[in-house]
Design a protein around this ligand. Sequence first.
Ligand code: ADP
Length: 610
Amino acid sequence: MERATVCKFCSPILLSPRSAVVGKRKHQLSNHTKFKFCYSKFKIQALHSAQTHLSSEVAAEKSQSSTDFAIGELVWPSPSDEIPFWKKDFPSWDVNPEVPVDIKKDSDPMHIIHITAEMAPIAKVGGLGDVVTGLARACLLRGHTVDIMLPFYECIQKQQIEDLELVTTYNSYHDGNWIQTNAYHGVVSGISVIFIEPSNQFFKGQNLYGGSYNELEAYLFFSRASLEWMQMTGAQPDIIHVHEWQTGALPLLYWDMYHYLSLKKPRLVLTIHNMEHYGECTKEQLSKSGLDGFIYATVEKAVDDRTIGHNPERLSLLKGGIVYSNAVVTVSPTYLKETLCTGWLASTLIRNRDKYFGILNGIDTAMWNPATDIFLPAKFNAQNPEGKKLCKYYVQRGLGLASEGILDGNHVPDMTHKVPLVVCITRLVPQKGLHLISHAIKRVEELGAQMVILGKTSDGRVEREFEGLAKLHNQGPSIRILLMFSEELSHMLYAAADIVLVPSMFEPCGLAQMIGMRYGAVPVVRKTGGLADTVFDMDDQSNHEMANGFVFEGIDEGSLDSALDRALAHYRQKPDEWNGIVQKVMELDNSWNNTAGKYIEVYNSVRVRL
Ligand code: ADP
């Protein structure tokens, strides 16, 4: 039986009785909110309470005595365990539940809807997922209303979503047909999410990307289905925030179609997380969304400039998104400069310079917090770093890395201190400096250190290359190459690491170095994009105050060695100074609390009041 109901952000629509609860927006964080970590996989619940303070998080951590982090009965893992240590169950009771929060509320709250292909932790391949969740949470904490719209990928574990329910079923256009589509609502990590599930084959398969359907057409469908959902429910957010090429067509659909229907109020913000992917599209494919693809094939609109005069010319959804959005953001000030100087989109960005901003990503400190992280065998923070040593020893034992010696109480063996551990957690794609990553393996081994690579690739050639390296090294005492994606293991590795390596050829922002620092790993990075904005060389005498890592510039192996060798020598020869750097990087504030305000300024600069 269906019945009509009204919710704050929807006009009256037909909902099933179960869905009436959505209207209450019971998931929205109130003025006084606590996060309860409840990782019976990755859930973070929002709890409501009388007084909570997120900005006092650091102060609260400082006041925590080391006994707060005392480890209980640790069961030491071994490589021969039937269930690898990162795959064990992480029950919710095992969590330090509350992160204190105190964020100043913005005076003029707005409603923001993110439309995205990824959201951490349920649908994450790389940084895009982290950024969407972190920014959404930061805006919620500042008093705004935030929703995320996400394809309902078949591979999402439904049990990771709280209060999941079917909100409504509607039709959305694709390629001459109206496709029956389900819209579900649920809460993930304390954030309201609307899941779009078409009844065709789109978004089916065991991975987020690379399914056996046409990906470009699936995201064209998702872009239109998201607007169709707003049109149908009467949602009029102040801001529709789209991300990457996948939702690049949405601003076109908005201004040339839905704005002429009932969507009047929203303004469009596009964040470009990586300009390498630009959504190459034929005119015919764009026409499948219901737009006339042929009218977008101009320099001023969406033609891929490199194909002008070719037969056929191609379109770029990312370029269309840049042209049709009210504001365009990229993820670091240095990447903004780089993209204005190089790449075929530079001329489009220069033409749109007055609405193009560089805002450094933050990290989600609710998700990434070594003092509360459920995946860690021992918690720690800058004031009480002892737990970090245990994390390192735990990982060394679990992976079978040399870590001789007997654990005496909580004092880990000497070997663990003497041998620096380098980690590299990355998508294995050329952007990330594959030749430097494989060179680092050799160099680390030569210098008697240890290294763990946690990397995932969908490229068969790269897979084979790294499988070969794994075969060569994984039986030895110092190198482990793990070709997979594991959120759990990534947390443990950041916590175990002395050094986090990010040798990217280009890096729009990079989260790995920021997460690594929060977990007390000193970064070794190539100076590019957001890495140049966040890591400053220890030996740069002119900038000692900011110094927090080891930086190199060239793309050759020798350049990497110049930074890696210095870092390893520093670790071994100046242990006290090293501990000082570790404390310093853990205390840096790279959180969204620092940068979300810049997004709010951009939102405010384009919003309208109807
Ligand atoms: P990118 O977005 O280009 O992949 P970022 O550094 O911005 O790079 O973000 C990468 C995010 O993905 C980080 O949260 C990192 O820990 C995570 N990540 C990358 N590879 C893996 C992996 N193989 N397993 C688990 N997490 C990974």
